[in-house]
Write a protein that binds this ligand. Structure first.
Ligand code: EPU
Length: 348
């Protein structure tokens, strides 16, 4: 996005280098790319298309917080580092904000809260970048990205052109979008525009927020929700800077009312949430926990001791260790509940 005129623009050419990716994926898996480039300016995108055309594959890297990487990533890896956040329009019914794909998600949310552009505070502290957020339609504490999304600008690597995409084009659903279904490496998300509804209304329905002391009294401001979400996440989820993880490793499975009722009869403690279409979302963390996997490890890969949906790297784990543990958990949950758990991260 915007570059001040005093800054030296990066060259539109790209020269791939070999790069250690261990610190560029939040699971902290030891990984290396033979050919790696950093995208700092949209002017480099035609060169990326050229390189991708010659490479066997392209992996687009944001914050690396939703990836399981092999020790050697084949083909080309491109890290998105476009920067910039700006208010496009203060409409009476919404703030229209644009953020570049390489901005860190949490930093962007914090900027919005500081500026009084309220509406993203429930999504505080989610790791990753702005550009990666629409890919899996991030969500937490009662808010999903799609509810605050306006449109985005993406580079179609294959066609070598820039496109604008609306909410309909993105085909969002729970932790899902068109970007997870198209061939990998087709899209680079350059910038995302958000419409934050005015007047602002707090979203406080999620049980963890209802229980939080900071929000119990009076009328909380967006900053209070931001702080409460920060505290809840810090208490429950491991900090990827300390313990490697990708947040929830599995999606919460969605089942029919019939399946849910059958399970509830046999397992009265089952945690489930009614969906608008009549189905039910089951709390995968509860299922895994009940199978006795919370806090357990297989080699260097483990299940977090405070949130069973989070797999962690205790140090030196490989993709095979993580996937071995994931498969063991899937087998246990499937055997006991007849429910298939689907991984949330992209396994390269
Ligand atoms: N639970 C257990 N044991 C556990 C973990 C959870 O019994 O070990 C129970 C909890 O007591 C609760 C229910 O399961 O009744 C749900 O747990 P929680 O509120 O922690 O949320 P979640 O469904 O496990 C989802 C998202 C998180 C998001 C939280 C808060 C998915 C896959 N995960 O987790 O998102 O932060 O809700 O909204 O939808 C992520 O996607 O990486 C992520 C962290």
């Amino acid at each position: 996005m915007s570059n001040s005129s005093s800054k030296v623009l990066p060259s539109p050419d790209l020269s791939p280098v070999s790069q250690d990716l261990t610190r560029l994926n939040t699971l902290g898996l030891a990984s290396r790319a033979g050919a790696f480039v950093t995208l700092e300016d949209a002017a480099q995108l035609p060169a990326l298309s050229q390189l991708a055309h010659e490479a066997s594959s392209l992996l687009v890297l944001g914050g690396g917080s939703n990836l399981v990487l092999p020790s050697q990533v084949p083909g080309l890896v491109a890290r998105v580092a476009f920067k910039g956040v700006r208010l496009l329009e203060a409409r009476p019914d919404a703030w229209l904000i644009e953020a570049a794909g390489g901005e860190t998600w949490h930093g962007f949310v914090e900027t919005c809260v500081n500026q009084g552009w309220d509406g993203l505070e429930n999504l505080a502290l989610i790791p990753g970048t702005v550009g990666a957020a629409p890919v899996q339609n991030i969500g937490a504490y009662g808010v999903e990205l799609q509810e605050r999304f306006h449109s985005l600008t993406a580079w179609d690597v294959r066609a070598g052109r820039q496109v604008e995409m609306s909410v309909a084009d993105c085909r969002f659903s729970y932790r899902d979008s068109v970007f997870k279904h198209d061939e990998s490496g087709r899209w680079v998300i350059v910038s995302v525009r958000f419409a934050l509804p005015r007047p602002w209304r707090p979203v406080l329905g999620y049980p963890d927020l209802q229980r939080h002391a900071r929000l119990a009294a009076g009328q909380p401001a967006a900053r209070d929700i931001f702080d409460a979400v920060w505290e809840i996440r810090r208490a429950k989820l491991p900090d990827p800077a300390v313990t490697g993880n990708v947040g929830s490793f599995f999606k919460n499975p969605i089942v029919s009312a019939q399946v849910r009722d059958g399970l509830l009869e046999r397992f009265p403690g089952l945690v489930s949430y009614a969906q608008p279409d009549g189905g039910y979302k089951l709390a995968a963390g509860w299922l895994i926990d009940q199978c006795g996997w919370k806090g357990r490890s297989l080699g260097a890969a483990g299940v977090h001791e405070r949130q069973a949906l989070v797999l962690v790297n205790h140090g030196g784990a490989t993709a095979a260790d993580i996937m071995g543990l994931a498969h063991a958990i899937q087998a246990a949950v499937s055997e006991r509940y007849g429910v298939r758990l689907e991984p949330e991260p992209v396994v390269v």
